[in-house]
Design a protein around this ligand. Sequence first.
Ligand code: ME8
Length: 515
Amino acid sequence: MPQPYYITTAISYPNGRPHIGHAYEAIATDAIARYHRLAGRDVYFTTGTDEHGLKMVQAARAQDMTPQALADEMSNIFREMDDALNISYDRFIRTTERDHYIASQAIWRAMQAKGDIYLDRYEGWYSVRDEAYYADDELIGGEGGEKLSPQGTPVEWTVEESWFFRLSAYADKLLAYYEANPDFIRPESRRNEVVRFVEGGLTDLSISRTSFDWGVPVPDAPGHVMYVWVDALTNYLTSAGYPDDPARWPADLHVIGKDIIRFHAVYWPAFLMSAELALPRQVFGHGFLLNRGEKMSKSVGNVADPLALSEAFGVDALRYFLLREVSFGQDGSYSDEAIVTRANADLSNSFGNLAQRTLTQIFKNCEASPPRINGHTEADEALFTLIDTIVRKDMPAAFADLALSQAAEAWMQGVFACNAYIDEQAPWALRKTDFARMETVLATLYICIAQLAVAIQPIIPGSAETLLDRMGIAPELRTFEGIAGHWYSPLAESDFRLAQPTPLFPRLELPAEPA
Ligand code: ME8
């Protein structure tokens, strides 16, 4: 039985169109999911939209729509973005779906049965944008002296009757859990931030609202809907089949942005402990994407549309750029120039050119059929050994450790080595002097290129597939282990013939208008 692996993104607020930060999270999570599939696991990958809460009510009102209509329209656009970016999700969950109401009410009842939920009055500073209450000493001053949340969003003094969750009872249990599971929160900087926050003591959490009705109804409490974060976090359980058959639970990895680490690494495990459910194995807080080093904001007008970027540059150029350029866990910056420069250097000039040169020579000189190896030299052996190490050791280890940019970097080392080998061996010159040696050189490159194409599938799945199809590589060979051990035999069927090769990654130009 393959080992199960359950991975999730955060679920996005569909109060507006997706931005590049949403695309980044989906792409990074997809690469990890695809890596685990290649490594033979039974992967279950979920993403979706978080449709309740005051933020949705207000965004809908501003556009004279119902929250449901806004959610329907925007959720579709998020799903279209995922499809356009080749995101291999197994379920796209919407929190307005029926099974999600059932799951949210079930976890509520479980926490209530534990004695962790009580009714009280709430007064505090509430940020609609963050959908969160803040303590007075957490607030910061704005430019005009107004009070702002730690995220810099406006807050309002709010008073309401509310159900509370006894979060204060969980501080010690959480700290013990972090201690016993040092990898629960990553990267290290996020873990330290969470531990410091919990060590400061936890206050009980207001978990219902009476001022609007766009949410999951609290069981047996007319007039109360759940605080949006209670139902939002529960999406991971809903998708796992909770409460009837939570066979997919617990999650192996929640991939989220650094701004919502507290919800996932403090509130969520406390809810789960209260409901006596298993905790996710890991929460990874990735960094933020900045536009040329600046925060994206609608008012500045520098919010890039991921669909426009992928249309302008190609899905795989965008995916490769984001995963190669941004060290996973750190903030990163993007610009049209940076995408074009990186994609041209690595994909067009290095890998694409290597494949094009090799396949064209096989097409022209070997009757379009991948040649056999006729004996081998030390140089061939050295290249094989290097590519084998990269494909079977370095890249899987980097992916498994969520070091996505390192996986891409290791791959590029392999591409460079192949390019150095082709220049040194000069198969075009051997054609007249030593045909058998030319065949060996081209066969060696053919095998190495197939290996590199297999290993890079998590990052650029579409282009890797196109190349592997063109090269006649059978589907069962397209895994880390499947591709290994074929050094001296051609990988394609003997009657396979290459078509006339065309460039896999045409060189990109900067668009006249920014994408
Ligand atoms: O937070 N760069 O939704 P959301 C990188 N519904 N990542 C970014 C980003 C940026 N500039 N901006 C946002 C929510 N993100 C909640 C989550 S989960 C149970 C509920 C990330 O639409 C952000 O950190 O504001 C989050 O992980 C995801 O995009 C959705 O953000």
